[in-house]
Design a binder for this molecule. Structure first.
Ligand SMILES: [Zn+2]
Length: 1037
């Protein structure tokens, strides 16, 4: 029978119900309905619900209950039908309550506990009632918890389906904190544990795992409240569950066990909020959970059409912007004295005088409470130590400052340790006093003076120079006054030539890890709980008893706050939050030494915050071995096994969770064995790229300048932390000083690039390195590109965040990429001045052709772009505006389209051009809306790897990231050819195709609300061919 016929039957049924009081007639109709809905599948039930069938059935329940005694057969039929209809009706819970059906079902249950035929459908209906939070509270008050405990019981082969439904109902009821408390008060926790054990003992063939799962579900909901956790522990719950979870069954059990652990605070003291401790306060309100089931996907899309239109030019007077003219010398350059001009300003030379002790006190008011920096003084570095605690190749690199003062204690972060390490090694380079000092130390320590072999990477890494790096470190200012340099930054990184595959997900790793965590509570005596590294203690303990690993993170971009040895080879690590904030833990970079070769180490980073991570989808951590480096393999490699990411039992205080209570932290765990004795290894979230590295690269790039290249380095501004924010200008020198040439030079369109506003997204810096190297290159393509555009580049928008090992913020504790709407010159100087540059360009009618801010993405694979399109945003919303009539040029799609054709890591499928509300203060949206740059993008690079294209199945490395940066340049050249007036004429018909395509998409997505990419039109295929033609033409030009 088709749905249409069904509908007719339903209508007839409805009319009959209305007009008959005859029980037998009603029963007959119910039999037919039951038949229809049983064989018809979900579709018929859906039709029945949409025709108002639920309401009729509920009314029949109520009217039937008024007969005395009520007809058992009627109730049986009605409840069987409701059991089918209920799960399909989102408002079932509310309807049942309003119709007064709740009590009818409950009373029926109470009176028919032995009548299994009637019991099952009633329980099934009750299960649906209970999923509504308001119903759950009311049912609890009516004694339904106790009723359920009359049905569930010890192991029995009979009536397992009744038992299962009762457990599900009980589980749903216990989601209410009132009910959970009631269950604790009536001592139901030990009962549930007993039932669990009994089923475990008797159900030896695991035929009824769902029943055990049901019991665990009930326990889990009870332990959501503090009282419940206490009752659970008091009833020896941890041990019972542990003992019943043998290795053979652990993989079969649900992951609920981890939730049953008692919640504790992180082992650091500033994230505890005692007010959070009382989580048993009833917070239930009348929000009907079925009404919350909206489409969250569209929640964030901007629906205010006025916010999608260009902002009326802000009344910033040109007089105020005029000072930025000095950053655009090329726009007025006449090259009349070409020979003498050296458009390069050295960053180092222009930085403030070297021996100055610069005391900066940070004391901002962000919201309502004053927040202080971790430390308030910044000293100029007098010594830079490159050291390791390893006996074998400890290495010190020292500098004496000009007044000869050398007070080690002032700059050395670890008092009590000799400045030169045992078995000291003479520095490779350096002259005069420095060398003598190093030698003296070496003698004092009785070392043999073995010279540390620095890998020779000059050929492979043209932009890297260890000496220059150390030179750069001297002018880098960090809040903790770092005085050490990490080996990887000093030696450099040569990308490995082998492929690094995305790890296969191994089944059951997560369960095994959680199981090991639970074992800590069962066997507390096995736990060492030995703090081996703690930045919070002034004299950070350095335990050197040969039993523990040694940790360090006190170097640029380092981030590790505390390390606790949990078991012999297992360490819990706590990351530092961003300065002036109490969250954003994700970026890590630390050193480990004192390892045993071949031992199975496990590391747990226990204060991660995001709810999921690419570590669950094949991403590995990065490791750099100093032993490998001095053996000629200086490189970061992907490493770690048994990697997984899961919710742990550490509570997040509401202050550390944006005001939300009851949030937890997550653990990222990985295991590994070390291959070398006396090694010093570094671990990082992603390939580090420090601010000092940037400065070194810029110096080396400057050296690549030829007479054909115009390159200028300016200091855009100083940061809060006293670091300079570099601004680069790169273009081609004019071929001559003729008027025509100068005119062409000045009138080149501008391309504005920026990156690393988020310090933890180091991949953005590697992409930027690729771009810069390409731009300074000698290839004909690079030359054409320089002739085509003037590049303005801010390669690091957040130097302070990078230096201090932040993940997301600047020193003010704010996400700088949320400040573009109204940046403060004091708190967000880099953003304020970058925006001013763009405002200046807009004011002189020279707004850039392309703006792109490079980022990294932690949850997605591949490289992709976010752009801004008024139309595409409107289509995603329900705005009834006649969106197709909105005028919009389609050029914003061209650059990503070209990239998807040329850059192997780039994926057009992941691009989005929708403007989100939460992004309205980002660079991309503000530059689009306020500066009027149509091609304004965020380019996101994965931290993990690719799932399409040439690199499918591989993790991303610096080689691929740098290649991406270079491909971006090539794409710009193609864009130039497409946007030049001549080409436009030639391809006018093809652009029409693109326009057709967009129009089609518009219509399709308006009529069809399915996903953004659910269709692929003929025109889109035409566009593919079109782009390919253009690219082919470009290549053969
Ligand atoms: Zn970002």
């Amino acid at each position: 029978m088709c749905v249409h016929t069904c509908t007719n039957v339903f209508v007839i049924a409805y009319m009959l119900f209305c007009n008959t009081q005859d029980l037998q007639t009603i029963l007959n109709i119910l039999y037919i309905l039951n038949e229809l809905l049983t064989v018809g599948g979900g579709r018929r039930v859906g039709v029945f619900v949409s025709k108002g069938g639920t309401g009729i059935l509920l009314q029949l329940v109520l009217s039937g209950s008024k007969e005395s005694p009520p007809s058992e057969e009627l109730m049986l039929q009605l409840h069987s039908l409701l059991a089918k209809v209920g799960p399909k009706d989102r408002k079932f819970g509310v309807k049942a309550r309003l119709n007064g059906a709740l009590n009818v079902t409950v009373n029926l249950l109470k009176q028919n506990l032995q009548n299994h035929k009637l019991l099952l459908p009633c329980l099934q209906v009750l299960r649906v009632y209970s999923s509504n939070s308001v119903n759950a509270v009311s049912l609890g008050k009516n004694g339904v918890l106790e009723l359920m405990f009359k049905i569930i019981g010890p192991y029995s082969k009979k009536n397992t389906s009744l038992l299962k439904v009762s457990l599900d109902t009980l589980g749903a009821l216990l989601k209410s904190k009132t009910n959970a408390r009631r269950a604790v008060d009536r001592a139901h926790v030990p009962v549930l544990l007993y039932i669990y054990q009994d089923w475990h003992r008797n159900d030896t063939r695991h035929r009824h795992m769902l029943i055990r799962k049901g019991v665990l579900g009930c326990l889990k909901n009870i332990t959501n409240i503090k009282l419940g956790r206490k009752a659970f522990i008091d009833a020896d719950g941890m041990r019972i569950l542990y003992n019943t979870s043998t290795v053979s069954t652990v993989t079969k059990l649900p992951k609920t066990q981890s939730c049953l652990c008692p919640r504790v605070w992180l082992p650091v003291d500033d994230v505890v909020d005692e007010s959070d401790d009382n989580d048993d306060v009833e917070t239930e309100n009348d929000t009907e959970n079925e009404e919350e089931d909206k489409d969250h996907h569209n929640d964030d899309i901007e629906t205010d059409i006025n916010k999608l239109r260009p902002k009326e030019t802000n009344s910033r007077p040109f007089e105020e912007l005029k000072i930025y003219e000095r950053f655009f010398l090329e726009l007025s350059e006449d090259f009349q004295v070409m020979q003498d001009r050296h458009p390069f300003v050295s960053l180092v030379e222009s930085s403030t005088s070297k021996n100055q002790i610069n005391i900066v006190t940070f004391h901002f008011k962000t919201s309502d409470s004053p927040i202080h920096c971790r430390q308030s003084k910044i000293y100029y570095l007098k010594y830079i130590y490159i050291y390791s605690t390893s006996q074998k190749f400890g290495h010190t690199y020292s500098f004496q400052d000009h007044d000869g003062c050398c007070d080690h204690s002032q700059v050395r972060p670890q008092p009590g340790q000799p400045p030169l390490l045992a078995g000291g090694v003479a520095a490779r380079q350096g002259g005069g006093a420095e060398e003598t000092l190093a030698e003296e130390w070496a003698e004092e320590e009785g070392g043999e003076g073995a010279v540390l072999e620095v890998p020779d990477t000059a050929l492979l890494l043209p932009l890297h120079d260890p000496d220059l790096y150390v030179e750069m470190v001297k002018s880098t200012r960090s809040v903790p006054q770092y005085s050490e340099v990490a080996y990887p930054d000093y030696f450099g990184h040569v990308a490995p030539t082998f492929r690094e595959h995305i790890l296969e997900r191994v089944y059951g790793v997560q369960r095994t890890k959680i199981f090991q965590d639970i074992e800590r509570l069962i066997h507390p005596n096995d736990i060492l709980d030995k703090v081996v590294y703690d930045l919070d203690i002034q004299s950070c303990p350095v335990i050197d008893d040969g039993e523990s690993l040694k940790f360090n993170s006190q170097f640029e971009s380092g981030n590790l706050r505390k390390a606790i040895q949990a078991r012999k080879f297992e360490y819990d690590l706590v990351l530092n939050s961003d300065i002036n904030s109490n969250h954003y833990h994700q970026w890590f970079y630390f050193e480990v030494s004192g390892m045993r070769v071949g031992a199975p180490y496990r590391f747990n980073i226990i204060n991660c915050e995001k709810s999921n991570s690419q570590f669950n989808y094949g991403m590995q951590v990065l490791m750099y071995s100093v032993q490998e480096a001095i053996s000629g393999r200086p490189r970061w490699v992907r490493t770690g096994t048994d990697i997984c990411y899961y919710k742990n039992h550490f509570s997040r205080s509401s202050i550390a969770a944006g005001g939300q209570k009851g949030k937890s932290y997550y653990t990222m765990t990985f295991s590994m064995t070390f291959n070398h004795k006396d090694d010093v290894c570094y671990f990082a979230y992603h390939y580090p790229y420090t601010y000092s590295t940037l400065k070194m690269h810029l110096q080396k790039l400057e050296a690549l300048r030829t007479p054909q290249i115009y390159m200028r380095q300016d200091i855009l501004c100083e940061t809060l932390g006293g670091n300079s924010c570099p601004l680069l200008t790169i273009t081609a020198m004019p071929e001559s000083t003729s008027n025509d040439q100068i005119c062409q030079f000045r009138n080149r369109p501008l391309v504005f690039l920026s990156s690393r506003v988020h310090p933890g997204e180091t991949n953005a810096s590697w992409v930027m390195k690729g771009t810069l190297e390409f731009l300074m290159g000698s290839s004909p393509l690079a030359h054409s590109l320089r002739e085509a555009y003037i590049f303005k580049i801010v390669p690091m928008l957040n130097p302070d965040g990078v230096v201090n090992g932040n993940h997301r913020c600047s020193l003010s504790g704010e996400d700088l990429n949320r400040q573009w709407q109204s940046p403060s010159p004091e708190l967000h100087p880099t953003i304020y001045h970058t925006k001013s540059l763009l405002q200046y360009l807009a004011a002189i009618q020279r707004a850039p052709l392309v703006f792109c801010d490079y980022h990294g993405h932690s949850r997605k694979k591949n490289v992709f772009m976010y752009g801004c399109s008024l139309k595409e945003t409107v289509w995603q919303t329900n705005i009834s505006a006649t969106s197709c009539e909105l005028h919009e040029d389609l050029g914003y799609r061209t650059l990503p389209k070209i990239l998807s054709q040329t850059a192997p890591a780039f994926s057009m499928a992941s691009c989005s051009f929708v403007v989100e509300r939460s992004k309205e203060a980002t660079a991309r949206v503000v530059v689009w809306r306020e500066i009027g740059v149509q091609r304004s993008y965020t380019m996101e690079s994965t931290l993990c790897g690719c799932d399409q294209g040439k690199y499918k199945g591989l993790q991303i490395g610096t080689r691929e990231l740098e290649e991406m940066g270079a491909q971006f340049c090539v794409a710009l050249l193609r864009l130039k050819r497409l946007t030049s007036p001549l080409e436009l004429r030639n391809h006018a018909h093809l652009l029409d195709v693109e326009s057709d395509l967009i129009e089609t998409r518009c219509k399709v997505s308006r009529s069809d609300t399915c996903t953004h990419r659910g269709y692929y039109s003929k025109q889109e295929l035409t566009l593919e061919i079109y782009t390919e033609t253009i690219i082919f033409e470009c290549e053969t030009n």
